[in-house]
Design a protein around this ligand. Structure first.
Ligand SMILES: [Zn+2]
Length: 325
């Protein structure tokens, strides 16, 4: 079981921006305290991998920095070459986590879950849809025929639903707050809408039914689990009211069910916007700790590859120069 991180590919944001970029480095440091030997930097998703999911004109505009102002605002980040590279790495991390899952039962991306990225536009801090890119990559590599994307971020996975609307080989399931963004919901294969202020017990009872149904209907070879931290009661953007122990119970229910079914699972962290960054990190860290407890206890670790020694800035500059779709 390997754990992928790319927070050193920093996405530069103006002061006061509401995206909690700091959570990623803090989470990586916490996870390193218990599993440093399992942590890896992912390869960036390639143009070909992205193009299996996203519209070529959209990719050309994102990568070349020519999105119009409205499209850029919809994403919510200012454009930079570093934004593109970070988004590629985040997609690459979920892709690598899927390979780890298929090899060993589980893999983790300490970022990802950018489920508002549609085929031809980005939205809500999401540039590329990492779960979609990873699902299509595993299919293209012949490693999985059918994939379940199980999305427990508090916001609906509308981009993922749109991308796979006409694709019966990828089953999309989203449990989300009815009152949360996006206000015009897309149609997943299975949507479960929860009322404002839904708490632990009602959430877990609903989850148990949805998980069983999604596993049954998807007939998947691989699950990509979006373990959002934003169903938390203290989240600024989420409208549900789960406690930290409630979210930990959610993760245990999902991961233990998959473990017992010998179903490979790649976990992405997805959203988290609590006022206090430590709360978000606590929740994500607990997700990773549960995955380690269930999947890593008896596994050997593959040797660490030697670092390339190339500075991230040099990689970003080279990539912008040579983009082709
Ligand atoms: Zn979210």
């Amino acid at each position: 079981m390997l754990i992928y991180y790319a927070d050193h590919y920093v996405l530069p944001l103006p002061a006061g921006h509401r995206f909690p970029m700091r959570k990623y480095a803090a989470l990586r440091e916490r996870v390193a305290s218990i599993a440093a030997d399992r942590m890896r930097v992912p390869a960036a998703a390639t143009d070909a991998e992205l193009a299996r999911v996203h519209d070529a004109d959209y990719l050309r505009a994102v990568i070349g920095g020519t999105l119009d102002a409205a499209a850029q605002r919809r994403i919510g980040f200012p454009w930079s070459a570093a934004m593109v590279e970070r988004s590629r790495r985040s997609a690459g991390a979920t892709l690598a986590a899927c390979r780890s899952a298929l090899d060993s039962g589980c893999g983790v991306n300490l970022a990802g879950g950018t489920h508002h990225a549609h085929r031809a536009h980005g939205e809500g801090f999401c540039v590329f849809n990492d779960a979609a890119v990873a699902a299509r990559a595993m299919q293209a590599e012949g490693r999985a025929a059918r994939v379940l994307i199980f999305d427990l971020d508090v916001h609906q996975g509308d981009g993922t639903a749109e991308i796979f609307a006409d694709d019966a080989s990828v089953f999309t399931c989203s449990l989300h707050g009815r009152g949360n963004f996006p206000f015009r919901k897309a149609a997943s294969d299975l949507d479960v809408e929860l009322a404002d202020a839904t708490g632990d017990d009602a959430y877990l009872a609903t989850l148990r039914i949805a998980l069983e149904r999604a596993l049954d209907q998807s007939r998947a070879d691989l699950v990509i689990y979006l373990a959002g931290a934003d169903p938390y009661a203290g989240d600024r953007l989420g409208r549900l009211a789960l406690s930290k122990p409630g979210i930990a119970a959610r993760d245990r229910l999902v991961l233990a069910t998959l473990h017992d079914a010998s179903m490979p699972v790649a976990v992405a962290m997805a959203g988290g916007y609590a006022e206090n960054i430590d709360d978000i990190v606590d929740i994500h860290f607990a997700t990773v700790a549960t995955a380690l407890e269930l999947f890593a206890a008896t596994q050997p670790i593959t040797p660490m590859p030697s670092p390339s020694g190339i500075h991230p800035d040099a990689i970003i500059a080279a990539r912008v120069a040579k983009f082709v779709v």
